[in-house]
Design a protein around this ligand. Structure first.
Ligand SMILES: C[S@@+](CC[C@H](N)C(=O)[O-])C[C@H]1O[C@@H](n2cnc3c(N)ncnc32)[C@H](O)[C@@H]1O
Length: 216
C-alpha cells in the first residue's frame, strides 16, 4: 500500500480501500500501538518519545487537532509517530489487518451521556470484537475516562468479551497524562482506568490482576 504523505508531515493519507501495511507506513517492523481520538496528541507524543522501539498511530477526526500532533511531533523529531484523520469505527472495521497491534489506547472518548445518544459511544460490544481481531495475543487495550457510567460500560464490555482478561497498565503508562486528563484532574475529577489483555485463545487462562480506579 502506498502512503501519500506531504513532505515533512507525520500525517498520512492511506488508500482507504486497503488495509494497512504498517511496515511500509513506518519503515520498520517494530510493534504498533494505536490511539483513537488522540486529540492534539498530548498523550501519544510524550509516550512515543519514551518508547522509540514502538511505532504509534494517532487517529483523530478533527484536522486542527491532528495538525498540532504533526507540528509538535516534528518539533520533537519523532520518527515513530504518524497521524491519521479518520472515523475510529471505520478504521477499526476496515483498515486494520488481523493481529497488527500490540496496544490500543482510548482516553477520554466522548461520553455521550444522554440516553438517546448512548449508542454513539465508541466502546461497545461490536467494538470489542474488532479490538480482539486487531490486537496480537498478549496485546492490551487501555481505557481512561472521567465518566463513571461510560467506565462501567467499558468494564462490562471487556469483562464479558470472549478472549479478554483484565490486566494492569505497563509501568509508567499512567504517569503520561492526556490534555483532558490534566484539566479534569486539576478540577478534582479523578481518572477511571482499566486495561484488558487479548488472550491467545478465547478460553485461555491467564494470571492477571483487576482493573483499577484511582484518584489521580
Ligand atoms: C474528549 S476528547 C479527548 C482527547 C484526548 N484523548 C485527551 O484525552 O486529551 C475526544 C477526542 O476524540 C475525537 N473523536 C471523537 N469521536 C471520534 C471518532 N469517531 N473518530 C475519531 N476521533 C474521534 C474528538 O475529536 C476529540 O478530539
Amino acid at each position: 500500500m502506498a502512503f501519500d504523505t506531504h513532505f515533512n508531515s507525520l500525517l498520512i493519507r492511506p488508500d482507504i480501500l486497503n488495509r494497512f501495511e504498517f511496515k511500509s507506513l513506518f519503515g520498520s517492523s517494530n510493534p504498533v500501538e494505536l490511539e483513537l481520538g488522540s486529540g492534539d496528541g498530548s498523550f501519544m507524543l510524550q509516550y512515543a518519545a519514551l518508547h522509540p522501539e514502538t511505532n504509534f498511530l494517532a487517529v483523530e477526526r478533527l484536522l486542527g487537532r491532528l495538525r498540532k500532533v504533526d507540528r509538535k511531533g516534528n518539533r520533537l523529531g519523532l520518527r515513530n509517530v504518524r497521524g491519521l484523520r479518520m472515523e475510529a469505527a471505520y478504521l477499526m472495521e476496515w483498515m486494520l489487518p488481523p493481529e497488527c497491534l500490540t496496544g490500543l489506547h482510548i482516553y477520554f472518548p466522548d461520553p455521550w451521556p444522554k440516553k438517546r445518544h448512548l449508542r454513539r459511544r465508541l466502546v461497545n460490544d461490536f467494538f470489542a470484537v474488532l479490538a480482539g481481531r486487531a490486537l496480537v495475543p498478549g496485546g492490551r487495550i487501555h481505557c481512561r475516562t472521567d465518566d463513571l457510567d461510560y467506565f462501567n460500560q467499558m468494564t462490562r464490555v471487556f469483562d464479558s468479551a470472549a478472549g479478554f482478561v483484565r490486566g494492569v497498565e505497563p509501568l509508567g503508562l499512567l504517569e503520561v497524562k492526556t490534555d483532558f486528563e490534566v484539566s479534569f484532574n486539576a478540577q478534582g475529577i479523578s481518572t477511571l482506568h482499566g486495561t484488558w489483555i487479548r488472550l491467545k485463545e478465547a478460553n485461555e487462562e491467564v494470571n492477571s490482576t483487576g482493573g483499577e480506579q484511582v484518584m489521580a
